[in-house]
Design a protein around this ligand. Structure first.
Ligand code: AFP
Length: 339
C-alpha cells in the first residue's frame, strides 16, 4: 500500500479530534524547516556550511560555552524564521539561544511553546556522520502573552508533542503526539515526509548498549558496576554477551534504539557533576523520553522517571537512561538498589 504523507497523517489526526489546526500547522512548519536543514546538510562542503561559526581569531560560542558550528547557527535561524510568523506559537526556546524568544508583536500569536536543539550531534557534521534536530511542544500557560524562560519550565510529562529529524543516509522524522510514535521518511523527489512506520515498538529486552565508555573513570560506582557487568558477558552476572554502539549523536543513537532496541546512557560523572549532567533536559532528554515512552520504552534519570523532573532552568542538564524498558530498569536498579 502506498504510504500516506505527513500532511494527510496530521489532517486525519485533526479530523479524529486528537490535535487542533494550530498544532497541525506547527508540526508542518517544523517539518518544512527540517527539510531546508536537510538540504543544507546534504550540500556539505559544496554549500560552504562546514566548520566553525565565527572567524579563525574568534570562534563563536553558545550560552553553554560550546563552539558553534556554521550549521548550528544556520539551523537555528531556519527554525526561528519559519516559526515566527505563522500565528501558532507564543514563544520559542533554543539550545543555541541564551533566553526564550517571545513571538514579536508584529506577528499573530498562538498558544504553543516550541523548544528545539536545532542541530544535535554537530561535532559529527564535518565527518559526514548522522546529525539531527530535536523538538518539543508545550502549552503556553493561560494569561501569558509574552512567555519568558520561566514559562517554559514545565515537566516533560506536559509535552503535547515531541519529535526529531535524523539527517542520515535518508532523512527521517519521528514524531509523537502522545498516542504512539511514528516514523516518516523524506521522499526527496516529492519533497514530502511519508509515513513509513506507524506505532514503533522498542523491544523490551536488549543485548546492545550505547555509552561513551571513555568517561568510565569519571563515573559513579553504580555505573562502573553496571557497565563492568555488561562487559563481563556470558560468564558474568548478566549471563549474556552485550554489543556496544556509540555515534556521539543522540538522535542517531536513539533512532537505532527505536528501530532495533538497546539502551542509551549518559550518566552523571565527575566531569559534568557541577552542571548536573551532560545532556540538556528541555531540548534533548524530555523530547526523547516522550518519544521513547510512547514506543513502549523506558526513560529515567537513573533515580526516577525523566518526564517527572520539574525543570529549574531552561538550559538545565540531566543524566539520561533510555531505551528498552527492561534494560533501563536494570541499569536504574544498580543506582537505586546497589544490593
Ligand atoms: P552537540 O549537540 O553539542 O554536538 O552534543 C551532542 C550530544 O549532546 C549528544 O547528541 C551526544 O549523545 C553527546 O553529546 C555526545 O557526547 P560525547 O562527546 O561524550 O561523545
Amino acid at each position: 500500500m502506498k504510504p500516506i504523507s505527513l500532511t494527510r497523517f496530521l489532517i486525519e489526526e485533526q479530523h479524529a479530534g486528537h490535535i487542533n489546526a494550530d498544532l497541525r500547522l506547527l508540526i508542518e512548519v517544523v517539518a518544512r524547516a527540517c527539510k531546508t536543514i536537510s538540504t543544507a546538510i546534504g550540500k556539505g562542503a559544496l554549500g560552504g556550511v562546514l566548520g566553525e561559526a565565527g572567524t579563525a581569531d574568534s570562534i563563536q560560542l553558545n550560552i553553554q560555552g560550546e563552539a558553534q558550528k556554521k550549521l548550528d547557527v544556520l539551523s537555528n535561524e531556519i527554525l526561528l524564521e519559519a516559526n515566527e510568523w505563522g500565528g501558532h506559537l507564543a514563544g520559542l526556546a533554543s539550545e543555541e539561544m541564551d533566553h526564550a524568544h517571545p513571538i514579536p508583536h508584529a506577528f499573530p500569536k498562538g498558544n504553543y511553546l516550541l523548544l528545539f536543539d536545532p542541530l544535535d550531534g554537530s561535532s559529527n557534521i564535518d565527518v559526514n556522520i548522522s546529525v539531527g534536530t530535536i523538538f518539543s511542544v508545550l502549552h503556553c500557560p493561560d494569561e501569558v502573552t509574552e512567555p519568558h524562560d520561566e514559562h517554559f519550565l514545565q515537566p516533560g510529562s506536559a509535552q503535547v508533542c515531541a519529535g526529531y529529524t535524523t539527517y542520515g543516509p535518508s532523512t527521517m522524522l519521528v514524531l509523537t503526539l502522545g498516542r504512539g510514535t511514528h516514523a516518516f521518511t523524506l521522499d526527496r523527489e516529492q519533497g514530502s515526509f511519508m509515513l513509513t512506520r506507524r506505532d514503533l515498538r522498542i523491544p523490551e529486552d536488549t543485548q546492545e548498549f550505547a555509552v561513551n565508555v571513555s568517561n568510565q573513570r569519571h563515573w559513579e560506582a553504580p555505573m562502573q558496576r553496571y557497565v563492568a557487568d555488561l562487559l563481563a558477558g556470558k560468564t558474568g552476572p548478566r549471563g549474556k554477551d552485550f554489543n556496544m554502539r556509540w555515534v556521539a549523536s543522540m538522535v542517531a543513537d536513539v533512532h537505532r534504539i527505536l528501530t532495533r532496541g538497546g539502551v542509551f546512557i549518559y550518566p552523571l560523572d565527575a566531569k559534568c557533576r557541577d552542571k548536573g549532567g551532560r545532556l540538556r533536559l528541555m531540548y534533548e532528554a524530555n523530547p526523547m523520553a516522550f518519544i521513547v515512552e510512547q514506543a513502549g520504552g523506558g526513560a529515567s534519570t537513573g533515580r526516577g522517571r525523566l518526564l517527572d523532573v520539574e525543570p529549574r532552568e531552561l538550559h538545565q542538564r540531566i543524566p539520561v537512561f533510555l531505551g528498552s524498558k527492561n534494560e533501563v530498569a536494570v541499569a536504574v536498579r544498580y543506582h537505586t538498589d546497589p544490593a
